[in-house]
Design a protein around this ligand. Structure first.
Ligand SMILES: Cc1cc2nc3c(=O)[nH]c(=O)nc-3n(C[C@H](O)[C@H](O)[C@H](O)COP(=O)(O)O)c2cc1C
Ligand SMILES: Nc1ncnc2c1ncn2[C@@H]1O[C@H](COP(=O)(O)OP(=O)(O)OP(=O)(O)O)[C@@H](O)[C@H]1O
Ligand SMILES: [Mg+2]
Length: 510
């Protein structure tokens, strides 16, 4: 079976693990339901294309397994007899429509074309057929995935069936790793900058893949698999009617409006959370927080919050929950390990509303590091948040770093270890999500005036330069007032410095 061969022979260990787990879910469903009782919801999108090939492989392996036990010999080829449902609407892209029909013909899919809304269509389907379970290409980052598991009954008010989501825990990167490794056809729109496809009314190519030809100035879009940050796959959704593709702002997957400059640099924000009673009692000074702020600032990221919480699952969960929604990225450190006080990973899981479960890949690393004492059930360290965890590997790291959607768990305990982990994250920018943004242009000015005298000119400056961050501090009560101007445009910080000079008496600003 070509898909099974391509993936199992690849050297992408992460992809192999994802594939193995998805096949397990499919085979489990095929053991629970007869082939007449299952259906595959296919719409020509990238996720459902992945699912199609997983189902073909899963069905083949299931049949092969059965034929070994039941008939005593392997079978080389099996048809794919699963009922396939496609909800076709007038607002479907023609490319999606033709790809869906062509794929159905290539793989001999028995397609039911439904021209009703999802709910009515499913009611009609279930009335006419004994369908009990439907396979969907829903992934954890999709808005519709909230609260779903790999097997989730349909919602209250919907006709009764089991939703089976074999690729629920797959990331955007996993989807493309699968499609490219198995070399299967996918809809041509993904080669034209579309990264997630809805209707023709709400979908445009993703701005983050836009490039301008330096010779003729023409704009074009790179293929979807080159999107550096999978969290932004829906940035091309829900914008068509309101703004053109080259608009200055776009939406990220969490629905926030994000500022984007002319070079398509998003202004990223981060939060930093330290976990440790020892920081709160003053026994130990937290040095990592300050270092992280400096590192993030150098990358052009704005740090919106740094907090310290107790070694307590609920304290961690509350803080992560608050920060993950308001920041592009959350960095958390401290309390990582097997001790009773090491609550960070469990707190992150609780913040996302998922349980922790043994992670085979992580366990393998632990086994190499601490030997056979590390067994799945006993080792708390191998229990990671289920369905949302991505392991970030780097040759310089003894253990991969844990990333749960937009939360990165750092295991560093001192600055030297932090430096190593940080450099790895930067090198892994695609998967870590730690993208380099336009650097900040900063200017520090010294004012030898009282705060009272500086207050009015600085207030005026703030109104004239709302795009800059204007901060003031003193290193001593008698010393100068230090004004810090920061923005993404060097010329603007220079102009603000000049404007402030003009507002003050001569000789006051240095
Ligand atoms: C086969 C199938 C089953 C679905 N079951 C449910 C369900 O149980 N509950 C629900 O709220 N939505 C259900 N939906 C609707 C989806 O959650 C979602 O609204 C739809 O896929 C549109 O996604 P989009 O807005 O990203 O295009 C189902 C859709 C399909 C195709
Ligand atoms: N019109 C449809 N007909 C049949 N199934 C659908 C339809 N729309 C959505 N689905 C099901 O819901 C899943 C999730 O849809 P979603 O749009 O998130 O993914 P996709 O279309 O496969 O990929 P993309 O994110 O690139 O659009 C699909 O994989 C498919 O199983
Ligand atoms: Mg889609």
């Amino acid at each position: 079976m070509e898909i099974d061969k391509a993936i199992t022979q690849s050297d992408d260990e992460r992809l192999k693990t994802k594939y193995k787990n998805a096949i397990f879910v499919i085979r489990r469903a095929l053991a629970l339901y007869s082939i007449e009782e299952v259906a595959f919801s296919f719409n020509g999108g990238k996720d459902s294309t992945v699912l199609l090939h997983l189902l073909r492989a899963g069905h083949y392996l299931h049949q092969k397994g059965e034929s070994h036990t039941n008939q005593g010999g392997p079978i080389d080829h099996v048809e794919f007899p699963m009922r396939t449902i496609y909800f076709e609407t007038a607002s479907t892209f023609t490319e999606i429509n033709s790809f869906t029909y062509e794929t159905a013909s290539t793989y001999g899919l028995q397609m039911d074309i439904i021209r009703l809304d999802f709910k009515s269509g499913l009611e009609a389907l279930l009335k006419a057929n004994p369908v009990k379970a439907i396979f969907l290409g829903v992934r954890i980052g999709d808005p519709t995935a909230v609260g779903q598991e790999q097997f989730s009954p349909s919602s209250p008010g919907w006709p009764p069936f089991m939703r089976v989501n074999p690729i629920l825990d797959w990331s955007y990167r996993d989807v493309w790793a699968f499609l490219l490794t198995s070399k299967v056809q996918y809809c041509s729109l993904y080669d034209q900058g579309y990264t997630s496809i809805g209707s023709i009314h709400d979908t445009v190519p993703n701005d983050l893949l836009c490039t301008r030809n330096t010779k003729d100035g023409k704009i074009s879009f790179k293929p979807a698999y080159l999107l550096p940050d999978g969290r932004l796959e829906r940035a091309g959704r829900a914008r068509k009617s309101s703004a053109p593709a080259s608009a200055k702002s776009t939406a990220v997957s969490n629905g926030d409006a994000k500022a984007v400059d002319i070079n398509h640099n998003i202004l990223f924000t981060a939060s930093v959370i330290a976990v440790g009673d020892e920081f709160l009692s003053g026994t130990v000074e937290d040095k990592l927080g300050a270092s992280l702020c400096k590192k993030l600032h150098t990358l052009g990221w704005a740090v919106s919050q740094i907090s310290i919480v107790r070694n307590d699952i609920d304290s961690v969960a509350e803080e992560v929950e608050r920060r993950k929604g308001t920041s592009d990225m959350v960095f958390i450190y401290g309390a990582v390990g097997p001790l009773h006080s090491d609550v960070t990973v469990a707190g992150v899981a609780k913040a996302f509303g998922v349980r922790t479960a043994p992670d085979e890949e992580f366990e393998e690393y632990l086994r190499h590091l601490i030997g056979e004492k590390c067994s799945g059930d006993r080792n708390e360290m191998a229990q990671l948040p289920e369905g949302i965890t991505e392991l970030l590997h780097h040759e310089k790291l003894l253990m991969p770093l844990i990333k749960c959607l937009n939360v990165i768990v750092l295991s560093a305990t001192n600055i030297a270890e932090l430096d190593v982990q940080w450099n790895c994250l930067i090198e892994l920018k695609r998967s870590s999500g730690l993208l380099v943004s336009e650097p900040f242009a900063s200017k520090r000015l010294m004012l030898t005036v009282s705060d009272v005298k500086a207050a009015q000119p600085l207030s005026k400056l703030r109104l004239e330069f709302p795009d800059l961050y204007i901060g003031c501090y003193r290193e001593s009560r008698d010393g100068p007032l230090i004004v810090s101007l920061q923005g993404k445009d060097q010329a603007r910080t220079e102009a603000a410095a000049e404007a402030l000079r003009k507002k003050l008496e001569s000789g006051v600003l240095h």
